[in-house]
Design a protein around this ligand. Structure first.
Ligand code: ATP
Length: 238
């Protein structure tokens, strides 16, 4: 499997405070990689640094071997990295369909590509199709998350980064969303996933990394992590 994303010794700061203290990881083409760690470990900062919202003070980030450090966020989107942030942030005053169209329009996708993207979104989440004319702000939390993921997919990303897609959702909806994330991956999209629900994340992911106070303390296949005593104790609720 070829490497899609490489993070090499990245340090990120908020003012003088170091949130990432030299992290290195890689995401290979076709994988689902999970980022685990407790609150404040630096998971969201890692995604923000990749998507250009936070500029690393040191280190390099490569997409298909090309450095993306220093590029503005919109250019990183054009390079093929889409970040679905925590808390969904869909357009509340636009309909489901309009939200999806925007995901494609901002990427300058052609009309037929946008139409195909919307069809794909509706096939993943038929519930969105039933609600295509409903305003985003009136959707349930789970439906908003579905819409946020699908809006991200409209750009046909090389790498889809999801920040806590299960946050605040009922277990049955979490299951549905996890199932679709696997489906999206099977259809060819590489995924970097932050998940508080480590059990669910390690069931889904091929590999995972564990962050602690800005450092990666473990990186391995999901199978090995699932069997690791310290992970089980810290994150899997044993
Ligand atoms: P959570 O699961 O709670 O979101 P996280 O692992 O995603 O945690 P980050 O949000 O990346 O952690 O935060 C890493 C560290 O950086 C924390 O100590 C946090 O307080 C700090 N931090 C995050 N955002 C900012 C900011 N905008 N300004 C200052 N410090 C910040």
């Amino acid at each position: 499997m070829s490497t899609l994303l490489t993070i090499d010794n990245v340090h990120s700061f908020y003012g003088k405070i170091a949130a990432l203290k030299g992290i290195s990881l890689e995401v290979r083409q076709g994988e689902i990689v999970a980022l685990l760690g407790s609150n404040g470990a630096g998971k969201s900062t890692t995604l923000k640094t990749i998507s250009g919202l936070v500029r690393p003070g040191k280190g390099n980030i490569l997409l298909n071997g090309k450095s993306i450090v220093g590029m503005p966020p919109h250019q990183i989107v054009e390079e093929g990295i889409i970040h679905v942030p925590e808390g969904r942030r869909i357009f509340a005053g636009l309909t489901v369909r309009e939200n999806l169209e925007l995901g494609g329009f901002t990427q300058k996708k052609k009309k037929n590509v946008i139409a195909a993207g919307i069809e794909q979104a509706f096939s993943f989440f038929p519930r969105l199709k039933e609600r295509s004319t409903q305003l985003g702000g009136t959707l349930s939390g789970g439906e908003q998350q579905m819409l946020a993921i699908c809006r991200g997919l409209m750009a046909r990303p090389k790498l889809l980064m999801l920040d806590e897609p299960s946050m605040g959702l009922a277990p049955i909806i979490v299951q549905e969303i996890m199932h679709i994330i696997r489906e999206i991956n099977k259809q060819g999209t590489t995924i970097l996933l932050i998940e508080q629900n480590a059990k669910a994340a390690l069931r889904l992911a091929h590999r995972g990394y564990v962050l602690e106070t800005g450092r990666i303390v473990m990186g391995n296949t999901a199978e090995v992590l699932r069997g690791d005593e310290s992970i089980v104790k810290a994150y899997l609720g044993a």
